[in-house]
Structure formats: structure tokens, C-alpha cells
Design a protein around this ligand. Structure first.
Ligand code: CUA
Length: 154
């Protein structure tokens, strides 16, 4: 009988593990064709909202941020911080005109790949004002180690 209990506990653990992995993928996904993301020709960024990246209110309770990740900076993020409101739904759209980058908000679950030709989309909410570091966690060339920025929640 004890064995059955242990098997049940093990199964629960495995199911929980799989659920957490699936949830993680669903929470911050990389957009692919036909998925939640959209395709984007890297040479046509100037014809999109990525031409003038940054944040704006999409409605009175939804903030939207466009970020371009490129060798070797985040626009915005590196030269000026990304600023977003606390206690508000925030959707990020991130793309790259050159190579694969990472977008990792240090100390949070927000950690995703940025792929040229695709828009990575994720939605989150920050519950208090705080400043976070952003780092690129995919090797993207000689300046990879210095590719970093700031996210300021106000
Ligand atoms: Cu961009 Cu590493």
C-alpha cells in the first residue's frame, strides 16, 4: 500500500512539472507563423511601429511597448530605459533586424528569444514600482556581453 502512495506522489510531481513547463511556454511564447506572433520583414521595420519604438497607451488600462533588439543594444532600453506603469497590463512586442537576441528581465519570469523576421509578444503586469535590468541571453556577436538595458516600472 505504501508503494501505491509513493507512486501516486511521484505521478503528481511529474504532472506538476509538466504543467509548469507548459504554463511557462504559454506565458511567454515566441511568436511563430500562424501562432500569436507575426512575421515581420527585417528590412521593413521603418514602415511599422518599430520605426519609432517605445511605449504608449493602447487604451486607458493597457500599455504597449515596442522594442528593437539589435547588435548590441535595446531600443529603448539601453540608451534610455523602457518605462512602463505599475498595476497595468503591459504588452511587449520585440523584434530584431539582425540576429537572434534574448530579452531577459533580470529577476522575473520574463525571458524570451527575439528572432529576426518575427515579433515576440508577451503580456505581463508589474505590481510595484521598481527598476529591473534587461540582458541579452543569446550569443549575438562580439558585443553580446555588453548588450543590456533597464526597465523602469513607475
Ligand atoms: Cu544580443 Cu546577445
Amino acid at each position: 500500500r505504501l508503494e501505491k502512495i509513493w507512486i501516486a506522489v511521484s505521478l503528481l510531481f511529474i504532472v506538476g512539472l509538466i504543467a509548469s513547463i507548459v504554463y511557462g511556454v504559454a506565458g511567454v511564447g515566441v511568436g511563430t507563423v500562424g501562432d500569436t506572433g507575426q512575421q515581420l520583414d527585417p528590412s521593413a521595420l521603418d514602415d511599422t511601429e518599430f520605426a519609432d519604438p517605445g511605449g504608449h497607451w493602447a487604451s486607458e488600462d493597457h500599455y504597449v511597448v515596442h522594442v528593437v533588439a539589435r547588435q548590441f543594444l535595446f531600443q529603448p532600453g539601453t540608451q534610455e530605459p523602457i518605462t512602463v506603469p505599475a498595476n497595468t497590463t503591459v504588452t511587449f512586442y520585440v523584434t530584431s533586424p539582425d540576429v537572434v537576441h534574448g530579452f531577459d528581465v533580470v529577476g522575473t519570469q520574463l525571458n524570451t528569444m527575439v528572432i529576426p523576421g518575427q515579433v515576440t509578444e508577451f503580456t505581463t503586469e508589474f505590481d510595484e514600482p521598481k527598476t529591473y535590468g534587461i540582458v541579452c541571453h543569446e550569443y549575438c556577436g562580439a558585443g553580446h556581453q555588453s548588450m543590456a538595458g533597464q526597465l523602469v516600472v513607475v
